[in-house]
Design a protein around this ligand. Sequence first.
Ligand code: NAP
Length: 251
Amino acid sequence: MRDAVGRIQSVLLVGGSSEIGLAIVRGLPRADAVVVRLAGPDRPDMERAADALRQEGVGRVEIVDFDACAVGDQTHVVAAACADEPDVVIIATGYLGDQPTAERDPAAAARIVDINFRGLVPLLVGVAQHLRGQGHGTLVVMSTVAGERPRVANYTYGAAKAGLDAFARGLAASLAGSGVNVVVVRPGFVRTRMTAHLKPAPFSTTPDKVADAVATAIARGSRIVWVPGILRWVMMVLRHLPETLFRRLPG
Ligand SMILES: NC(=O)c1ccc[n+]([C@@H]2O[C@H](COP(=O)([O-])OP(=O)(O)OC[C@H]3O[C@@H](n4cnc5c(N)ncnc54)[C@H](OP(=O)(O)O)[C@@H]3O)[C@@H](O)[C@H]2O)c1
């Protein structure tokens, strides 16, 4: 529950080592006694993130094990979310995978879908139910422009993210009037470890810019955020481009 001056007292970051997720946590107006919970599969990564947050003055940081591919792990995360009244829950889990491998290996394709979509649905259902019960809170879901129109380079990831994006928008509609807002974030290329091996695409941005846009969206109660904002109009055009032209575009 936010404090008397509207500062956040409890945050859950799913994707607890995510560069974008951690930048979002850092960009939130937080109370001195804030509790930050980090959920993810890699404890050492999250311990490092937790130490950094403590040094920056975060009152309490807790770690929750979560592998999106492990059936049942979602229950721990929902239980962690229910430990108090979270003000903000951020879903920043993501896995780009390797598209050529996913075309040869069904298990590799399924892993991309599991981490980006299937493994997050039970978590979203549980967290949303809890937020609805408490009657307040914001759920931030990291989508991507890659879900807007499939590209040869990453269409399995794009398809999984499109599923997540649609699910989150449906959830937003079902939570209307409950006091809970769902913010769907659609960044373009963000320079993080996830994309470190790739050539930056046009309109590339940084985790801090995404965090600024998310903080503004939470404050305004916005539903969909494009980062940078111009991508909303770029994608409106690209969505209607003939397939032959679309395929020739770089990136
Ligand atoms: N970077 C971009 O260009 C970009 C653009 C648009 C949207 N996004 C989305 O933004 C979000 C954050 O991305 P990022 O750039 O900050 O990347 P990142 O630092 O690699 O974060 C991805 C997070 O997902 C976690 N993860 C990976 N496999 C998992 C699994 N099996 N179960 C549970 N968690 C798992 C990672 O945990 P580990 O510590 O184990 O790696 C990490 O915490 C993602 O949803 C991503 O799809 C990124």
